[in-house]
Write a protein that binds this ligand. Structure first.
Ligand code: FDP
Length: 326
């Protein structure tokens, strides 16, 4: 007997039907899945083609843009445009808001290839996205949405073939790519309550630059947990979601070279912080910023706004949140 797993399409179709929803979201998700598969293909063969090197350009955060970033951006925009469902998109790779279709229904905030230090090595990177919907009950002003107003958020960990999607009030689900390049086998993700396998993930080289309370918390707690750090948010968060624990990218406020301080944090709110915070909440976890405030409540003022991030198992996030609040 051949064993067949449930496909992502089938899972989502049933979800939409159960909640009496339209097919528009399916079309948008089909676009994102097509983009992810296309990016994955380029990434897998990228080292051979020599496209994982530096392109010599800088992105809006003044970081070197790699050729693969540009390819991923082009692929994603192609599919988002073709879907005709997106009003505007915000991408890590583009300075301005990308106007797509005024008659669309959704706003998409994405980073097509996050974790750029892994690119030259062909190691895991993330394609991360958050989705919000236009106001259907009145005039739409296109304002930037806070994470609590996303309807879905997800990430593909490329090239591992895993895809995690959180649907508002309907849980966080993980899928795996099969031999026909189809995402299959929905598995509900819930952060484990037992702290036995919990992990901490942060760039330990920065620890002396963190706020003193955060440094103290690390010193007092780090021996209780395993430490893991890949340097790509999607990969690191992928582990935390399965094993429990906490990923942190705290504000840098005590750097010996004050020019290197990052009091606003490093990660981007709309397509990194809020995306993982949304997935984490749907899996029973939590996320706060440097003030100990919920990431999902932050109303973005600018579309490339940065944030400090503490995300993971509720007890740990609550504990660090109390310290951050002072
Ligand atoms: P990167 O700068 O390599 O693109 O968004 C940025 C990000 O990667 C995250 O994916 C990752 O978690 C973090 O920055 C890594 O930063 P450090 O190199 O400072 O640890």
């Amino acid at each position: 007997m051949i064993h067949f797993e449930q496909t992502f399409d089938n899972f989502l179709l049933q979800h939409q039907e159960r909640h009496n929803r339209t097919h528009h979201f399916l079309i948008l998700m089909d676009a994102l899945i097509s983009a992810a598969k296309h990016i994955q293909h380029y990434y897998l063969t990228g080292a051979l083609k020599g496209i994982l090197g530096l392109a010599g350009e800088k992105n809006v955060q003044s970081e070197e843009v790699m050729r693969m970033d540009q390819i991923a951006q082009e692929i994603t925009l192609h599919y988002l445009k073709a879907s005709a469902r997106v009003i505007h998109a915000i991408s890590e790779e583009t300075k301005e808001i990308i106007q797509i279709n005024p008659d669309g229904r959704y706003f998409v905030y994405f980073d097509p290839l996050d974790g750029s230090s892994n690119i030259p090595h062909g190691l895991p990177v993330g394609f991360m996205f958050g989705i919000a919907k236009k106001n259907l009950d009145g005039p739409e002003d296109g304002h930037l949405r806070a994470g609590k107003d996303y309807i879905a958020a997800g990430m593909f960990v490329i090239p591992t073939g895993t895809f995690t999607l959180a649907l508002k009030d309907a849980g966080t689900w993980r899928f795996h790519i099969d031999e026909t390049m189809t995402y299959v086998k929905p598995t509900r993700m819930l952060l484990p309550e037992s702290s036995k396998g919990w992990e901490l993930s942060f760039n330990s080289a920065n620890r002396l630059t963190y706020a003193e309370g955060v440094q103290r918390w690390i010193t007092e707690n780090e021996k209780k947990y395993a430490f893991r750090y890949l340097g790509a948010l999607a990969g690191d968060f992928h582990r935390v979601l399965a094993n429990g624990g906490m990923f942190m990218y705290p504000a840098i406020i005590n750097h010996p070279d004050p020019k290197k301080n990052r009091p606003q944090g490093k990660l981007r709110l709309m397509y990194e912080g809020a995306v993982v915070a949304f997935m984490c909440r749907e899996a029973g976890g939590d996320a706060v910023d440097e003030r100990g405030m919920p990431i999902l409540a932050i109303q973005p003022e600018t579309h490339h706004q940065r944030t400090a991030l503490y995300v993971g198992s509720k007890p740990l996030v609550e504990e660090i949140g109390r310290i951050l609040k002072g």
